[in-house]
Ligand binder design. Sequence first.
Ligand SMILES: [Zn+2]
Length: 234
Amino acid sequence: MQQIDIHTHQLKKEEHIQILNIFAQDLPVVRQNHLFSAGIHPWHIETVKVDKCLQEIERATQLKNMIAIGECGLDRSVSTSFALQELYFRAQIQIAHTAVKPLIIHCVRAYSELLKLKKETRAEIPWIIHGFRGNQQTAQSLVRHGFFLSVGEQFLNDQSKQNALQTIPPEQLFLETDDRKISVGSVYQKAALALKIDEEELTEIIFNTFKKVFGNQQEEKTGNQPLSTPNTKH
Ligand SMILES: [Zn+2]
């Protein structure tokens, strides 16, 4: 059973499944033998050619190893107009919906807007919030609305987030290294300890969620082949 890094900014030399985040402005990528997601980060909206980025994301959805749209989303901590952020987030939700791929979401202080958007667009694709840092109440309502929450080292180290962590059912939890130079194994260790679940069991639960969330699209496109392990060696 393999561990999964749902969101990383650099490929690690480890034998686990990892989804490399690629910013849309860096598309198209040439050597694509690993799983990746691509999206327009809300921080980049004002500095990239957004329409070209959207086209590139759309084109990339044809690739079998492009397994999610994102990171994309909403961020109240930056000066970029919120309306503009929402506009391009909606465009990416649409792409994800059409391509039937999950969303990997960056969300800072905009959880209620995110909930509203999910209800309104009714896009029946998995919504995964990466780098979740909200409180227990937020976790509760996101879980209730079917979101998957991915947490990293920072969240797990924060004692004040313990209640929020316990609120997330392991079946709706993912783990990630994001932009940190750490191993996903250490994140699994921390999470298992905090959740008082055996690490192997947690690995299995998350692996099953991964298959459920990302497996369908692969089956559709490759004719029922099991989800393949990406080659992480370059
Ligand atoms: Zn990230």
